[in-house]
Write a protein that binds this ligand. Structure first.
Ligand SMILES: NC(=O)c1ccc[n+]([C@@H]2O[C@H](COP(=O)([O-])OP(=O)(O)OC[C@H]3O[C@@H](n4cnc5c(N)ncnc54)[C@H](O)[C@@H]3O)[C@@H](O)[C@H]2O)c1
Length: 313
């Protein structure tokens, strides 16, 4: 079976590629290397089951050629910076539209889309389940993911493939090039005496280790049955930003680091559009037989240990 992974040279995409290759799939990676790195898939470049296409979803002709002969599409390409300008996120909607348009007559059977917990906005029900409504994102990133979900659903119905929409919590682990752990390590490398923390440190969210995330993606892809199904993918508990800072300081073996909180906006958020509390109800995913190996704190610690080595190298 041949699969296409958009964003396959990125953090989550490249871990998925490793697993797909180890399982014997033929894998095509489509990536413009804007935030991904060729080094993330280097080990597969000479493998006859692997093909790397450097291309951009904003150019429909490039993606149209890449999807030919693929049975399953994993759509993971996007601008991962939740604070990027609105236009950057809007171009991810265009990219998703181009990808879906290129599937006409392509004979794809399954489509798996990396959406985000941010589509829930400020959910009033915590933990938040997939049927929560109304979906009112508070960031452009969340808005773009919700728009993409709508496109995926309608194309699945009109073109006749099955689609799984994955609402991911914060995924952490080796190769991650953004997010709070990466940010703290970079800042502490520059100044090991003081750490600037965006917001008031009380933002409390769910963090999932990459291995648990890949297990979930593989299981969902194999087992989901409906025409379009939504799955939350996250850990079963939360950790706050102050505790993440403490863990990173411990992992880096630093002493007497002064935490400097920016105070943030709108009641201590890191930035406008930062959701303060996030925890997903993952019972639907667990009903497939999935169980995370790490809780949020353990995931953060393990990711910090890996990233500290990667960044210092
Ligand atoms: N990491 C998380 O915590 C998290 C949480 C929720 C959702 N997601 C989603 O999961 C997906 C993967 O995220 P990630 O953390 O691995 O980010 P990443 O930046 O490491 O991976 C994204 C990849 O997409 C590629 N890309 C971006 N725009 C492209 C375009 N127009 N054409 C072709 N390739 C393009 C990048 O070069 C990169 O390799 C993204 O859609 C992201 O929004 C991630």
């Amino acid at each position: 079976m041949r699969v296409l992974v958009t964003g396959g040279a990125g953090f989550i995409g490249s871990h998925l590629v490793d697993t797909l290759m180890q399982c014997g799939y033929k894998v095509v990676v489509f990536d413009n290397l804007s935030s991904g790195k060729i080094g993330n898939v280097e080990r597969w470049l000479k493998d006859e089951n692997f093909r790397f296409v450097r291309g951009d979803l904003r150019r429909r002709e490039e993606i149209r050629r890449a999807v030919v002969g693929c049975d399953v599409i994993f759509h993971f390409a996007a601008n991962p910076d939740v604070r990027a300008a609105a236009a950057a996120h809007f171009s991810d909607v265009i990219g998703t539209f181009n990808l879906l348009e290129s599937l006409k007559d392509a004979g794809v059977s399954k489509f798996v889309f990396a959406s985000s917990s941010t589509v829930y906005g400020e959910a009033e029900r915590i933990p938040t389940s997939e049927d929560y409504a109304p979906l009112l994102p508070i960031s452009m990133y969340g808005a773009s993911k919700l728009a993409c979900e709508a496109l995926v659903s309608s194309y699945a119905h009109s073109l006749g493939f099955k689609a799984a929409i994955l609402r991911l919590a914060n995924i952490v682990g080796p190769r991650s090039s953004h997010g709070v752990i990466h940010d703290f390590i970079m800042k502490l490398r520059r100044n090991p005496k003081e750490l600037e923390i965006l917001g008031d440190g009380s933002q409390t969210k769910s963090y999932l280790y990459i291995d648990d995330c890949i297990d979930a993606i593989m299981l969902i892809t194999e087992k989901f049955n409906g025409d379009v199904e939504v799955f939350n993918v996250g850990s079963e508990d939360q950790v706050n930003v102050r505790r993440i800072a403490e863990i990173v300081v411990e992992v880096l073996n630093l002493k007497d680091v002064k935490f400097k909180f920016t105070g943030g906006v709108n009641g201590g958020r890191g930035w406008k559009g930062d959701v303060k509390v996030m925890l997903l109800d993952v019972s639907k995913l667990k009903s497939l037989g999935w169980k995370p190996k790490y809780n949020s704190e353990a995931a953060v610690r393990k990711a910090a240990e890996h990233l500290a080595k990667e960044i210092i190298k």
